[in-house]
Ligand binder design. Structure first.
Ligand code: SOE
Length: 386
């Protein structure tokens, strides 16, 4: 059956602009989706570089004014891959113009921003999604199916870490292209919004809502030269963040993220422990799920390492042959293929903006608790993940 065109405008041409563009191109090649993405326009501030990006990825036009693009009649979907301080304004304008909106994580710099984005998207009735890509790792999806099948029984514990080491040097400036994640005004927060947000999104999906948190954060390097002003300025982001929490299902959890764990580049790990079984996953070995089931016969009981590459594993029948692995970029392809399938069926594709808001409510509570040094409740109105 002929696919319907879906005209896309991408805002932002950094690392995430590439992952999204790659997904737009590959999703209809590997998945039987009802829409054919058409790369209509890419928008960014630097005219020469946006032209080069458009040529490399096959966008029909290169633009520097996102407002003009949002108003274009020939665009169906605005995809936001620009820095965090631009998400709310662009998403709200796009939704009001009747466009579908997909947005890089975190949804807003704060839950209040995310709430305004949810209101705009839901008010306009437009399809929306947040790019929390780790939900689409086949091994993580396999874990989700095992949890949903009830194989773990009652859940006691959840723990997750996201460790990096790229900001240890005092000489690293803050702000500007490539380093905006260190500028609190642009990013909203440090590792809480950038890295813990991934851990929280996956956890809400796997283990349900979080009721309350107690957190601590630290900024190890307190002043850095700002790339845009050339002046030494205070650093407003959290370099490290850790929190304990209680889930609504009664399980206890421990989360940690840092950019100061020397030797770790992007080590996202998670583990869930239930009455009967436990599951563990590690981004550096992303095609494996570690699984322990106490009900296995005693003589052979132990941790198994499931190589998630068989055709009956999530998403894998769309790829090569059993035993051959896929990688990080495929998680974005899976997410966009799901979005196109959802559009065809008229159903929202999670994580929606409302799910992104749920994560922002937790990150807000984490940052608040780190200041108050108290347990903080996660706002009840937002804790349910759709
Ligand atoms: C930060 O270094 C970063 O690129 C995050 O912004 C991404 O969301 C994460 O997936 C990898 O690390």
């Amino acid at each position: 059956m002929a696919k319907k065109p879906l005209n896309i405008a991408l805002v932002g041409y950094g690392f995430m602009g590439k992952t999204h563009s790659h997904a737009f191109l590959q999703a209809p090649r590997f998945f039987d989706v009802p829409y054919q993405p058409v790369l209509k326009a890419v928008v960014a501030r630097n005219a020469d570089r946006v032209r080069k990006f458009a040529d490399t990825w096959g966008y029909q036009s290169a633009e520097t004014d996102w407002r003009a693009v949002v108003d274009r009649k020939d665009i169906d979907l605005i995809d936001i891959a620009s820095p965090n301080d631009t998400h709310a304004e662009i998403a709200i304008a796009a939704a009001r113009a009747g466009k579908m909106v997909t947005c890089e994580k975190p949804l807003g710099r704060t839950a209040a921003e995310a709430q305004a984005m949810v209101s705009a998207a839901e008010g306009a009735g437009v399809a929306n999604m947040v790019w929390y890509n780790y939900r689409r790792v086949p091994a993580v999806v396999l874990l989700k199916t095992l949890i949903d099948d009830g194989r773990l029984g009652r859940i006691f514990h959840y723990r997750a870490q996201f460790l990096q080491d790229w900001t240890i040097s005092r000489d690293l400036p803050q702000g500007g292209e490539g380093l905006w994640r260190l500028d609190a005004g642009v990013a909203g927060s440090g590792v809480t919004g950038d890295l813990l947000a991934h851990c929280i999104d996956t956890a809400l999906w796997l283990n349900g809502s979080i009721a309350e948190v107690t957190a601590m954060t630290e900024t190890f390097v307190k002043e850095r030269t700002h790339t845009l002003t050339g002046k030494v300025e205070p650093v407003g982001i959290d370099d490290a963040s850790a929190f304990l929490c209680r889930f609504e299902n009664g399980s206890l959890a421990l989360f940690e993220a840092t950019r100061y764990a020397r030797g770790h580049k992007a080590l996202y790990t998670l583990e869930i422990n239930g009455e009967h079984a436990s599951g563990r996953w590690d981004l550096h070995d992303l095609h494996r799920l570690q699984w322990f089931d106490h009900r296995d016969e005693g003589r052979v009981r132990g941790w198994r390492s499931i190589h998630v590459t068989d055709s009956d594993h999530p998403y894998m029948k769309h790829w090569w042959v059993p035993g051959l692995q896929i990688g990080y970029e495929h998680t974005f392809i899976h997410q966009f293929a799901d979005f196109l399938l959802g559009l065809g069926e008229g159903t929202p594709t999670p994580p929606t903006f409302r799910d992104g808001l749920a994560t922002d409510c937790v990150t807000d509570a984490v940052l608040k608790s780190a200041k108050t040094r108290q347990w903080e409740a996660v706002p009840a109105a937002h804790v349910k993940v759709a």
